[in-house]
Design a protein around this ligand. Structure first.
Ligand SMILES: [Zn+2]
Length: 295
């Protein structure tokens, strides 16, 4: 089953509903970063949330970034997704090992710790829309729920899960998100609360290999569910040598000089896909010349 993100309408419920299957993207993320089980679970949840939020991006150049900066061993996670559903992830410390919690679950909250969650929506306007909240749980889903409630005044339910096998292979990954529309009647809010509180956990639904649509249908069996939009999701980095060239032109002259005279060249690594780009002394000299002209 290919990864996909869908948005849905539940009959008589004024809410935006999204669901995602992100297994292949998380498999790729794990390969790129060689991430441990706890890091994979934490970053995989962020990946699924970012993927669902990307459904609001409409123009080709629109971009959404999620930045988690924290004091836990993972240090930080960055997700960047575009309107085509192409997503890339940076895990600051992918190689961390934490014991499982007493209940046998992955200890994502200890891996993340305290810090901030920032959402940047770049919609091609002069200034991007930026919202930051404190990390309240570190379990990721709760942190997004808190973000939507406080930063966007949108009461939401966010459920995210990454299911790992015995050898840390990805069995499943995905989730769903339900966001109340402004003025949602109290009886509908009550109905949603009841449904969510009695719903099976997202992990157990993923365990049963349920597709995104099936998860929502399982929570609201008596309702008609309508598919509004669907998009493929793919782990894909858009880095290029040219981009890193431009990046080198932005850094301090002393640092480029150090690369030329001490290091004898530069090798830069993309944090999102681990591609290495080498620059020779000659190229670095050209970069310095160019940035001198611009200065
Ligand atoms: Zn890259």
């Amino acid at each position: 089953m290919k990864d996909n993100i869908i948005s849905l309408k539940i009959e008589d419920v004024s809410a935006r509903v999204f669901a995602v299957n992100s297994k292949e993207a998380v498999v790729r993320m794990q390969q790129v970063h060689n991430s441990s089980y706890t890091s994979t679970a934490a970053a995989g949840r962020v990946l699924s949330a970012a993927a669902m939020m990307s459904m609001a991006l409409k123009s080709e150049k629109d971009k959404l970034s999620i930045q988690i900066k924290s004091d836990g061993p993972i240090k930080g996670i960055v997700a960047v997704v575009n309107s085509a559903g192409e997503i890339k992830i940076d895990i600051h410390q992918p190689d961390i090992y934490l014991p499982l919690k007493a209940n046998g679950k992955l200890d994502v909250s200890s891996a993340v710790g305290k810090g901030t969650l920032t959402v940047v929506r770049d919609l091609g306007l002069k200034n991007p829309y930026v919202g930051t909240v404190d990390i309240v749980s570190g379990e990721i889903a709760e942190d997004f729920t808190y973000y939507f409630a406080t930063s966007e005044q949108t009461p939401s339910v966010v459920a995210l899960g990454v299911l790992l096998g015995e050898n840390d292979d990805i069995k499943a990954s995905g989730g769903y998100m339900i966001q109340l529309m402004p003025g949602c009647p109290d009886d509908v809010v009550k109905y949603l609360e009841d449904k969510i509180s009695t719903a099976k956990s997202v992990t157990s639904m993923l365990e049963k290999d349920m597709a995104p649509m099936e998860m929502i249908k399982a929570i609201f069996p008596e309702k008609k569910i309508e598919l509004i939009d669907s998009k493929n999701l793919e782990y894909k980095c858009d880095c290029s040598r040219d981009r890193f060239w431009d990046g080198l032109a932005m850094i301090k002259k002393e640092d480029v000089e150090k690369m030329i005279f001490e290091d004898g060249g530069a090798e830069v690594v993309c944090h999102f896909c681990n591609t290495k780009y080498s620059f020779t002394v000659e190229e670095l000299k050209k970069i310095m010349e160019k940035s001198k002209k611009q200065a």
